[in-house]
Design a protein around this ligand. Structure first.
Ligand code: AMP
Length: 301
């Protein structure tokens, strides 16, 4: 595995590795903010199966954090991340500094995401998806991947990146990956590290509530307002839990539904504060539960 910290070094190594291959090969990119966990590992394994070369980027992107968010304290573990990437047979690990990515000057050009970024997480994190798309566009230009991997864990991000790729004609195939969960159902996230022991014990309620909604819809419930009320009531009965949003949306337009239509694809997406930690999760409430690909893992890896 080659570890690159500069854009020029990455470009040189990429060209060298591709030139060394006898047949023209594909390059899969998995962009991350590091503190790698079992969810990231599964995505890397998928990319490994589908590409001749695999690149992972680790960059805590300041542009996607709001002024009062957790940029400074976002968890980091560069040595462990590097070790895991080696273990998973990654070819190129790109770990640039902020100055390497954005220079010393303020960033003057950025990608602007339209209406797909204005609600759900966009409401409480204004500008977040502009920051995500700006760094993803830069990574696409630096890495020039054949495919790029994004998990359904961040469903709105995945949809927005798909749209940006189409709108800006990046020659990149966006591959959607699974949500990897802990054994108790909690979607694995680097931010789970913020949870105290008692917060960690109630955090699985989020996934359990989404499953309950999925079951209620499968049994015929169609009243979105009722399902929302019930879910918020169940979750907020736990001290320390506060629902930021819990919405039923069209997975394509991300527009909210007020009623559920049988057979119509519907995503139930939620952002929930557990203590001060904001966690997100989602579930497809039309498909049967068995379509969700779940890998369980204990602990951080
Ligand atoms: P992050 O490092 O949190 O910015 O995430 C980098 C990528 O990993 C994104 O595509 C995320 O959706 C994905 N990811 C985060 N959590 C999980 C998970 N539990 N299962 C699978 N992929 C995940």
């Amino acid at each position: 595995m080659i570890v690159c910290t500069s854009i020029s070094q990455f470009r040189e190594e990429r060209a060298r590795l591709l030139a060394a291959s006898e047949t023209p090969g594909s390059l899969g990119l998995f962009p991350t903010m590091g503190y790698l966990h079992a969810g990231h590992a599964e995505m890397i394994r998928i990319a490994r199966k589908e590409n001749r070369l695999v690149a992972v980027s680790i960059f805590v992107n300041p542009l996607q954090f709001g002024p009062h968010e957790d940029l400074e304290r976002y968890p980091r573990s560069p040595e462990a991340d590097e070790q895991l990437c080696r273990l998973l047979d990654v070819d190129l690990l790109f770990m640039p500094s902020i100055v390497e990515m954005y220079g010393q000057q303020p960033v003057l050009s950025s990608v602007h995401v339209g209406m797909l970024g204005s609600h759900l997480c966009g409401t409480s994190r204004p500008g977040h998806f502009d920051g995500v798309c700006t760094v993803v566009a830069k990574l696409f230009n630096i890495v020039m991947p054949t495919r790029a991997y994004f998990s359904r864990k961040d469903a709105q991000q995945l949809r927005i990146v798909q749209q940006m790729t189409r709108d800006l004609s990046f020659p990149v195939e966006i591959v959607a990956g699974p949500i990897v969960r802990e054994e108790d159902g909690l979607a694995i996230s680097s931010r789970n590290a913020y949870l105290t022991a008692s917060e960690r014990s109630i955090a699985p309620r989020i996934a359990q509530t989404l499953r309950t909604i999925q079951r209620r819809v499968a049994q015929g419930e169609r009243d979105v307002a009722l399902l929302q009320r019930e879910a918020v009531h169940t979750l907020e009965a736990y001290e320390g839990i506060r629902v930021d949003y819990l919405s039923f949306v069209d997975p394509d337009t991300l527009q909210p539904f007020t009623t559920l239509v049988p057979g119509r694809e519907t995503l139930c997406a939620a952002a929930v504060y557990v203590g001060k930690t904001r966690l997100i999760d989602n579930i497809d409430v039309r498909a049967p539960a068995s379509t969700e690909y779940t890998v369980t893992a204990r602990g951080k890896r």
